[in-house]
Ligand binder design. Sequence first.
Ligand code: ADP
Ligand code: X2W
Length: 279
Amino acid sequence: MMSSGMNVNTQQETLFVIKIGGNVIDNETALAAFLKDFAAVNAPKILVHGGGKIATKIGEQLGIESKYINGRRITDDNTIDVVTMIYGGLVNKKIVAQLQALRTNAIGLTGADANIIPATKRPVKIINDSPVDFGWVGDIDVQQLQADNLKHLLEKDFTPVFAPLTHDEQGHILNTNADTIASAIAVSLSQFYKVRLIYCFEKKGVLEDVNDDNSVIRNINKEKYQQLLNENKLFEGILPKIDNAFAAIDAGVSEVLIGDAKDLIKNTTTSTEGTLITQ
Ligand SMILES: Nc1ncnc2c1ncn2[C@@H]1O[C@H](COP(=O)(O)OP(=O)(O)O)[C@@H](O)[C@H]1O
Ligand SMILES: CC(=O)N[C@@H](CCC(=O)OP(=O)(O)O)C(=O)O
């Protein structure tokens, strides 16, 4: 899907694809500080937000318990309505309004908008010899992304803000992991820009010891990753984050960083903090 309109200038321009996770979104003060820094990034940029924690909390208030298998949410009929409201409505529109107050011309999107991220409903999977239906969850084929539509928005100086929702092109919204969306967008736009993908969360980076903020691993390649897995130093959400980071690097994204939301400004310069993911 190379664009005939591609030219040398846009090819060399850096685009920042920045993902912000649930623990920061859930903290009003931390989110406001992050958005202030995000607004100050003086380059084309896209924000992808999560919100899993908030969906769980509000779901409980509505009497809809979250169900998980292997740490992954099961998105049944009630849950897809809840996450559509929370990710696509509450979280997305609050972030857009705050960015507008900071004079960043944000435009809130799901993957259904402008058909930017079509996806396929995840088929039933066999896990530990039992069939598991994850429900209304979307798997993305990066080749299907409508990157041109996103590029048009960037060229008009809009700052797209994505909720972790895609669609099946048959009228259904699908719940999709925010780290995966960020990786897919970064890959897809690498045909037009030099992309730096930054995963922002509440820790200093990937840590040798998850309880010691001074133990940041500056660089992880596949060999180091395997070593960390063998040593049982990685668990829960950091695992899919690193997998998505490698997927991006392997598919042509120039730079991928996992770092503290508080270090965003530094991480848009050449002297970065946090963990750099390399092949
Ligand atoms: N070695 C590690 N370094 C950093 N975080 C780790 C590590 N091992 C496990 N984690 C966990 O991974 C979490 C990040 O994943 P997740 O909660 O999914 O973040 P987000 O919501 O920002 O995507 C951290 O909050 C931490 O509890
Ligand atoms: C299918 C799937 O995993 N959907 C995620 C989307 C939200 C998300 O990714 O939020 P964080 O980045 O804050 O974890 C979920 O519902 O939890």
